[in-house]
Design a protein around this ligand. Sequence first.
Ligand SMILES: Nc1ncnc2c1ncn2[C@@H]1O[C@H](COP(=O)(O)OP(=O)(O)OP(=O)(O)O)[C@@H](O)[C@H]1O
Length: 462
Amino acid sequence: MADTILILEDESLLGAELRRHFQRQDWEVCLCSSLAEARHWLLEQQLDPLVVLSDMSLGDGNALSLLEEVRKAQRPQEWIFLTGYGSIPDSVQALRLGAFDFLEKPCDLGRLDLVVQGAARSARAQRRVELMSSSVGQGVDAFVGRSEAAERVRALLQRLLTVPFSALAITGETGTGKGLVARILHQGGLHRDGPMVEINCAALPKELLESELFGHEAGAFTGAKGRRRGLLEQASGGTLFLDELGEMDIELQAKLLKAIEDKRIRRLGGEQEIQVDVQIIAATHRNLQQRVEQGSFREDLYHRLSVFQLELPALRERLDDIQDLVWPLVHEFNLKANRRVRHIPPEVWQRLRQHHWPGNVRELRNVVERCVLLAEDERFPLEWLQLGKSHEAEPVPVMKAEVQGDALVLPLDGSMALDEMEKHIIETALTRHGNNVVATARALGTTRETLRYRLQKYHIKI
Ligand SMILES: Nc1ncnc2c1ncn2[C@@H]1O[C@H](COP(=O)(O)OP(=O)(O)OP(=O)(O)O)[C@@H](O)[C@H]1O
C-alpha cells in the first residue's frame, strides 16, 4: 500500500506541481489549500499521512497552530515546512514543536526529495516502536490464552479499562498474572497518564507500611527526619498497586478504606488533609472472604474492593492456554540465550498438560527458561522438564520439609504455601540458633526488626 503525503500549499501552481511530483514517486497525495481543509482531513476524517509537507503562512492562519493540534491527536508522522524568505523565527518555533525540517522557497526538488525520504524513514521507525510497545505489555492481549477462561478475563479487562473505578481487587493463586493484569489496567485505563506505584504489603512491618503509604511530617516518629510524601500522594493521578493486600494489618486496612472513600489523606504527624486522586488496584492470593470470616480482613474494605473484582484462573484450569504461552516464551529465551529451539515433541506437550502447575504461569516460565537454556539443538529437551509425576496420573508422594546438614529442603510440589515455608524457615533457624533473635536474623540475612515482625505475624513464640 502506498504511503500518504499531505501537501498544504495555497499557491495553486506550486501545489499542483508538488502533487504531480510525489504521485510519480508512488505517494498517495492529499493536496489541501487551506488550514481548514487540512484540519478537516487530519482531525475529522482521521487521515493518517506519514509525511506532511506544509507552507508556513496560509490564507487562514499559520500552520504551526495546526501542527500543535495534530501532535496531540495523531500517530507518529513527520512535518516539513516550506517557508518564505526571512521567516527564521517561525522555523525555529517549528523545530521546537517537533517538525522534521524546513526548506526555504523556492526549493530544489532533489533536495526536497532527500528531506521527504528522511522524514518518511523517521516516521516509519517511530510507528514500528509504537506498534511494539503497544503489543508488549499494553492492551488486554498481553494476557495470553485461547481458553474460555482467558477470554473471559480479557473481556472483563476491556470493560474495566473504560470504567473510572477507585478501587479494584485481583485475586488468584501465585503466578496467575495478577501483576500483569494490574499493569494492563493501568497502562490502558483512564489513569494511564499518571504514575503507577507498587508496594508489596507483606514485605514491611505495619508501622513502616503505614508511613510508606501515607507519608509523614518531620519528627512524626523517632527517625522521621524530613517530610516525606507517601505512596498514595506519589501515585496521585495514577495507580497504586497494593500487592499481597491480604497480609495488611487490620488497623491499617481501616485507614486505607477511609483514604479510598474520602479521597483525602493525612500524613503521619500532619494536620492538613491532602487530596489524592488515585485508583487502587489490590492483589492477593488469599481468599478474602475466608479472611473476613476469620476476622483478619475487614468486611467493609472487602465489600469496597469487591465492587470490581477480577478472579484469575489457575493454569491447571485452562490447559488449552499452555501452547499459546509456551511459544512466545521459547522465542523470548531463544533470543536471550542465543538458542534455536524450534521443535517441541508431542511428549513434552503431554507432560506440560499433565502437570498440576502450583506456581502457574510463573512456574511455566521458569520451566521453559530452564529447558531452552539447556537445549543442545532445535529440540525442546524433555529430560529437563523435571516436572515430577502428574497429579492426575498417580498420586505424588507427599514430600516433607527436612533439614539436611546446613541446608533446609522444601517441597515445591504445591503442598506447602509460601507463608508456611517462611514460617518453617524461621522456626528452623531459631532452633539452630538457640532462639537468639540477633543470631537468627543474621543467619537469615535480615534485620532484627523484620524478624520480630515475622515472629509476630506467624505467632511464633520464643
Ligand atoms: N495470561 C498470561 N499471559 C502472559 N503472561 C502471563 C500470563 N499470566 C502470567 N503471565 C506471566 O507470568 C509471570 C507471573 O505473573 P505475575 O507476576 O503477574 O503473577 P502474580 O499473580 O502477580 O504472582 P504473585 O501472586 O506471586 O505475585 C509474569 O512473567 C507474567 O508476565
